[in-house]
Design a protein around this ligand. Structure first.
Ligand SMILES: NC(=O)c1ccc[n+]([C@@H]2O[C@H](COP(=O)([O-])OP(=O)(O)OC[C@H]3O[C@@H](n4cnc5c(N)ncnc54)[C@H](OP(=O)(O)O)[C@@H]3O)[C@@H](O)[C@H]2O)c1
Length: 280
């Protein structure tokens, strides 16, 4: 059985929708008929077969997103893209960029706060500036975007989807500021859900270990070995996260929820001690 969604006539903004999970979410909404806008600091690569650029506010020369580039090794081919996806250049940490980005919308049904991430940065020995920037990207920016988008979302009876992380629900050694920011993001979503109900729903997709181009460095490129430690037997793919987003974005009762897309979570390290090989 395949669940399909019709988001025709709905306007969706996905921050950081040019790569990885965000690009997967953008393709899924486009395939479901939505009018999709993505933003990032750099435009997506222009595929050779792409149609002419779609005009976008503030960056009319930026190209639309075309078919996905090669998937990272260990991840499957991406689904076929739907209609063209409009790109707007914006740094979500910059309030002026956020104002320009949202000012380009007369209607907005869904905001997906996806732009995020962090380099490996153990707290000892790394600069306070770096940690502040990580918290800005993963917590402050989604707050600003949601705040600015709220009137549009209220008019449309729309929703916000936060892309959270398992790093925000369990210790995140080496990316402490990121983990703390994601924990804050999950809580922010719950607060906004209560503050903006019933007109605007706010939910979080808590993503586990996901196989994306940029994550290859983080996981040592060992997607298969990492996947074997997950109960589902593989890492999450962008389309797994996108499926949760399509469902959460469809009109409904669910708000203030955290949907775990982690394949059953991460097997605790101690449990390996009881495995047959070690017990022998
Ligand atoms: N991959 C994982 O294992 C994993 C696990 C749990 C949660 N997540 C979460 O899932 C989300 C996507 O992760 P990903 O692995 O797909 O990331 P990714 O491949 O690194 O892509 C990040 C996207 O965000 C954009 N971006 C980064 N900084 C930005 C800024 N300041 N302003 C605007 N756009 C910005 C990037 O484009 P530019 O660089 O051109 O700006 C890119 O489009 C993040 O929130 C991440 O925390 C990922």
């Amino acid at each position: 059985m395949t669940a399909t969604y019709d988001h025709t006539g709905r306007h969706v903004l996905i921050t950081g929708g040019t790569k990885g999970i965000g690009a997967g979410i953008a393709r899924a909404f486009a395939a479901a008929g939505a009018t999709v806008t993505v933003c990032a600091r750099t435009p997506p690569p222009v595929p050779s077969s792409s149609p002419p650029p779609v005009p976008s506010p503030g960056s009319s020369s930026d190209p639309p997103l075309g078919p996905p580039s090669s998937p990272p090794s260990g991840s499957p081919p991406s689904p076929a893209p739907g209609g063209p996806v409009r790109f707007v250049r914006a740094d979500v940490r910059d309030p002026e960029d956020v104002e320009r980005l949202l000012g380009g919308f007369s209607r907005l049904d869904v905001l997906v706060n996806n732009a995020g991430g962090s380099p490996h940065a153990p707290l000892a020995g790394s600069s306070p500036r770096l940690h502040a920037r990580v918290i800005e990207l993963n917590l402050v920016a989604p707050l600003l975007l949601s705040q600015r988008a709220h009137p549009l979302l209220k008019d449309a009876g729309g929703s916000v989807i936060m892309i959270g992380s398992s790093s925000g629900v369990r210790p995140s050694p080496g990316t402490s500021a990121y983990g703390a920011a994601k924990a804050g993001l999950h809580h922010l979503a719950a607060c906004l859900a209560a503050e903006w109900a019933p007109e605007v729903r706010v939910n979080t997709v808590v993503v586990g270990l996901a196989a994306t181009e940029n994550a290859a460095g983080h996981y040592g490129g060992a997607f298969e070995q990492v996947g074997a430690t997950i109960p589902a037997g593989r890492m999450a793919r962008p389309e797994d996260v996108a499926a949760a987003c399509l469902w959460l974005a469809a009109p409904g009762y669910v708000t203030g929820a955290q949907i775990q897309v982690h394949g059953g979570g991460e097997t605790p390290a101690w449990s390996w001690l009881t495995s047959a090989e070690i017990a022998r």
